[in-house]
Ligand binder design. Structure first.
Ligand SMILES: Nc1ncnc2c1ncn2[C@@H]1O[C@H](COP(=O)(O)OP(=O)(O)O)[C@@H](O)[C@H]1O
Ligand SMILES: CC(=O)N[C@@H](CCC(=O)OP(=O)(O)O)C(=O)O
Length: 265
């Protein structure tokens, strides 16, 4: 008997930051049939709230340096305000969502990133076997749609800030043992582009080798580099399909007409 399908969708920070775009996306997400999971961060909102509180944001290669005060800010923004607003909006659209940090139901454990050249502070890395697939399965089988924020815990009382793209990738690789899992990264552009200013320049399929080439040429840069690394990690570890595309077109991914599709070669 084949496994049932599971769609894991990550929504990007620029869409979350726009109330109208966010609700339009959540309405489309709510309409997807079957088992599904949503993952979100909210980095821009955390940066703004931090600034209002006099706590300056510092990012290194797309990862936030998270001291104790910044950890309070990101916990309030990701696991609190953003997560609860998303859950309430999904409930409005008849999707029975349940908001989670990694600590809730012990769903995702992480370890504080070791200090090397940079001390990232309270940032958590997810090691193999740190996703509690059985707990998540219980939520899914009970008919809930889990909504994961970018906060995890170390099992010893410490919350840790964890990149949302990485959470989506780790969830999809862990759950691909139980379900035919697809991972869909949604953001504000039409996919991986050959010209970041031209939304018509979508690369329809991309291999790891092509990714390396585009990276060297500077065609792919910034946040797209760690996003694609997380995406290739997932496809290499058994996730059935991985797409990167525009949140506005979410309804098209089931017809396989969505943004950029990753290919193993
Ligand atoms: N080739 C590319 N195609 C699309 N986006 C790119 C590309 N190179 C760099 N980017 C940048 O990467 C960003 C996406 O990364 P990020 O901001 O981390 O996403 P998210 O908000 O989904 O977490 C885009 O907004 C874009 O500015
Ligand atoms: C460690 C780390 O960098 N965590 C991220 C988590 C949020 C996130 O990933 O949000 P987006 O998807 O909106 O970028 C951060 O604090 O920015």
């Amino acid at each position: 008997m084949s496994n049932s399908t599971l769609n894991i969708i990550k929504i990007g920070g620029n869409v979350i930051d726009d109330d109208i775009q966010l609700e339009a996306f959540l309405e489309k997400f709510a309409a997807i049939p079957g088992k599904k999971i949503l993952v979100h961060g909210g980095g821009k909102i955390a940066t703004r709230l931090g600034a209002r509180l006099g706590i300056e944001a510092k990012l290194v290669e797309g990862r936030r340096v998270t001291d104790k005060e910044m950890l309070d800010v990101v916990t309030m923004v990701y696991a609190g305000l953003t997560n609860k607003r998303i859950v309430a909006c999904l409930q409005k659209h008849q999707c029975d969502a349940i908001g989670l940090s990694g600590a809730d139901g012990n769903v995702i454990k992480s370890v504080k990133r070791p200090v090397r050249e940079i001390d990232y502070g309270f940032v958590g890395d997810i090691l193999a076997d740190s996703v509690n697939t059985l707990a998540i399965k219980k939520f899914l089988e009970a008919g809930f749609t889990p909504v994961f924020s970018a906060i995890t815990h170390n099992g010893n009382g410490q919350l840790l800030n964890t990149n949302a793209d990485t959470i989506a990738s780790a969830l999809s690789t862990s759950l691909s043992g139980l379900y035919d899992t697809s991972l869909i990264y949604c953001f504000e552009k039409n996919g991986v582009l050959t010209d970041v200013m031209d939304d018509n320049s979508v690369i329809e399929t991309i291999t790891a080798k092509q990714f390396e080439g585009y990276k060297e040429q500077g065609v792919i840069s910034d946040g797209m580099i760690p996003k694609l690394q997380n995406a290739f990690d997932a496809i290499n570890k058994g996730v059935k399909s991985v797409y990167i595309g525009n949140a506005t077109n979410l309804h098209l991914f089931q017809q396989q007409k969505f943004g950029t599709r990753l290919v193993i070669k």
